[in-house]
Design a protein. Structure first.
Length: 256
C-alpha cells in the first residue's frame, strides 16, 4: 500500500504527495531535455528531497549535474563519500564550491532529507546550504567572477539522478528522490524553511515566490501519475525523459 502524504482542509484535499522515484545507482537517470543555461548564468537555487540508500557511498554520488564538452562549464549537486553535501559550479574555467560543514548523511540507509542550495553570483557568502529548512553552512562564490558566471555555457541537457559527463551518464545516485525544483533567484532562509514545510507536501506553484520557479519535477505525482516514460515539468515546459526507469521504480515511499 502506498504511503500518502496530503494536506487537507474543510472541503477536501488540496495537495498530496504519493510517489517518489527510486534510482538504482547503475544506469537510471532523468534527462530533463533542457540545459538551463540562462538560469545558471544568474542567481539560482535548487530544492530537492532525497533518501540515500547509502549516505556515505564508496564514491561521489551525483544528485544532478553536467559537464560540457570543453570542460570549462560544470555544475553538480552531490553526496560525497564522507556523507557531506557538495555544490560545485564552474563557468568559463572559474570554479567555486560549497561543502556542508559536517556529514549530512550517516553511513548506510538514511531517512528523507530536504536540501536547498542557493547561489548568488560572485558574492561573499554567495553559496548557502539548507538542510531540513535550517541553514547548514555558507561559503563564498566570488572565485567565479561576475563576468565569467554570466558566460556559463553548455549545450548538454541537465541530468537528475546522475551526471551528464559530455553526453555520458555516470556517478549515479542510489536512493529515493522527490520534488526536484529549480528557481531563478536566491531563495531566502524563510523561503527554504517554507519549502521544507515541516515535512509536509509543498506546492511550489502556490507560494509568494512562484514567479521565480523555473522547473518542478514532482517525481511521480505530476501528470505522469505514477507511471509512463515522461517526467512532467509542473512549472514550465521542460518535460524530462525517464531513462532505464520503469514503473516499478516510481514508488509510494515519500517524505513524512
Amino acid at each position: 500500500m502506498f504511503i500518502s502524504k496530503k494536506i487537507a482542509i474543510s472541503g477536501g484535499d488540496i495537495f498530496r504527495d504519493d510517489y517518489s522515484v527510486a534510482f538504482g545507482g547503475t544506469d537510471e537517470y532523468i534527462d530533463t531535455g533542457a540545459t538551463f543555461q540562462s538560469t545558471f548564468r544568474g542567481d539560482h537555487s535548487i530544492s530537492v528531497w532525497v533518501k540515500p540508500t547509502d549516505g556515505q557511498p564508496s564514491s561521489t554520488s551525483i544528485l544532478s549535474g553536467y559537464k560540457n564538452s570543453s570542460e570549462q562549464d560544470i555544475m553538480y549537486l552531490a553526496i560525497l563519500s564522507t556523507g557531506k553535501v557538495r555544490y560545485y559550479f564552474e563557468a568559463n574555467n572559474d570554479d567555486d564550491l560549497i561543502d556542508s560543514g559536517s556529514a549530512v548523511f550517516a553511513d548506510g540507509q538514511n531517512d528523507w532529507t530536504h536540501l536547498v542550495i542557493t547561489s548568488e553570483k560572485s558574492a561573499v557568502k554567495g553559496f548557502k546550504l539548507y538542510v531540513n529548512g535550517v541553514l547548514n553552512t555558507e561559503a563564498n562564490s566570488n572565485a567565479v567572477s561576475d563576468s565569467n558566471w554570466g558566460q556559463f555555457t553548455t549545450d548538454l541537457n541537465l541530468y537528475i539522478g546522475g551526471y551528464n559527463n559530455q553526453g555520458t551518464n555516470g556517478l549515479h545516485y542510489t536512493g529515493g528522490m522527490s520534488d526536484f525544483a529549480i528557481y531563478n533567484k536566491v531563495l531566502s532562509a524563510s523561503e527554504a524553511f517554507s519549502i521544507y514545510n515541516n515535512r509536509q507536501p509543498f506546492n511550489h506553484n502556490d507560494s509568494s515566490f512562484k514567479g521565480n520557479l523555473v522547473t518542478w519535477y514532482r517525481m511521480g505525482d505530476g501528470l505522469e501519475s505514477g507511471g509512463g516514460s515522461t517526467m512532467y515539468d509542473m512549472a514550465g515546459s521542460n518535460n524530462g525523459t525517464l531513462t532505464n526507469i520503469d514503473t516499478g521504480d516510481i514508488q509510494g515511499d515519500v517524505p513524512k
